[in-house]
Ligand binder design. Sequence first.
Ligand code: ARG
Ligand code: ZN
Length: 482
Amino acid sequence: MRRPFSLALSLLALGLLTAAPVPAQPAPRAPAAPAETLRDPLFPGLGQAGLDVRHYDLHLTVSEPGTRAVRGVVTLTLASTRPLAQVRLDFLGPGVTAVRWNDRAVPFRVDERAAKLTVTPPAPLRPGTAARLTVEYAGTPGERADPDFPTPLLLGWQAVPAGDGRAGAIFLLSEPNGTHTFLPSNDHPSDKATFITRVTVPRGYVAAASGVEAGRVDAGGTSTFTFSQREPIPTYALGVFVDRFERVDGAAVPVGVGGRAVARRDYFPPGVPGTVREAFGRTDEALRVLAEWFGPYPFAAYGVAVVTPRLPALETATLSTLPLNMSTERVAVHELAHQWFGNAVTPAQWPDVWLSEGLAAYAELLWTEHLGGDGQAYAARWHANLTRAGTRPLAATRTGELFDLTTYQRGALTFHALRAEIGDAAFRDFLRAYVTRFSAGPGTVSTPAFLAFVRERAGAGAEGAVRRWVEERALPPLPVVR
Ligand code: ARG
Ligand code: ZN
């Protein structure tokens, strides 16, 4: 905005302000322009443009589950697509005690207001080179309020206090921007990475995390569990859990890429009701059914970890987070579908999240049909809900829209419209091709890229039918799949 004149200018004009004397010392060098963020339309502060975190090697120590205290040591493997004189990570976490660049101590600065940890390497990070950045920290994770949950919810690090004969517990609930409450990270879905997560807990506790368990070491009074997440995932989908869990292993299900076995394990807290276990009793079957529609399951393992606070469920990679109050078969299938849509094919920016939620909701309809139920009636209910509540074009323009009825149910109906247009066989081929295409490379999809892909695979007619659902304000008529 242009101001007609500044205060200083008007004072000058009145002769009340004289020119400042020339300083005796050389003027301090102007601070370097702050590094550009990723300019997400909904979270403009997140991420650093040009930074590519390839891998996080994370060691968390939780000495007293149930309190929020944690110690962390993380080594990030960094690459870049442009020269970076500084690396600026998202971080709202515990106090930083040391920062090393390729094992050498380097200067750093924490800006709590901006939620950034800025590190100055000995020489700029250049495209084609890699570096290892280590951050050590200890204390209390930061507090990041959820953008839209009806009751106040702090995202990221969750501590469940001990009480009523229950031990304390720890888990994460990070979508959309909670991971940097405890992990220095490029905390935007467009920068996916692999993870090794080690968690040290007091003996008697069980830790779990995204990926395949790669060992447990008991030493002194502690146990250290290691997990390897070898396929890249978005930062918000990292799962970490600590409780006195019962781990239930099942036989592997051969629905991975190339028929590879998908390891099966679920984690239940003490005293979990039988009805809750039952909600997850058909996971193997759901893996097979969804793999028929979506193509091979994209990760090496799957299961759920049940947590006790009343919260939304979350598709933490390979190990979905299922609060007791959300532990139903419908939600179980929804979170499983997110492993394809969300974790393997990830929104390029937050307004694209409807592509994840729409397809995860659509999986509920496909599961209903598998059970012999009426999918068209399921779709009609979504349509009636949206007619009643009102709707909007699919790309969210405010954070409060990220997880609303339109994101889920209009998102799902968009895929119902595509299916109505092209038929079941072509719809199945489309979904499989979509996963193959957009899980490759950066592993992200934007709304325009999706529409272009519909046109490429299914033709201009199908694209037109889908585009109405994506872009028009009004609700299009209910599509009919027979
Ligand atoms: N992706 C989650 C799901 O499975 C929803 C997460 C809602 N998150 C939130 N911060 N309100 O539907
Ligand atoms: Zn969802």
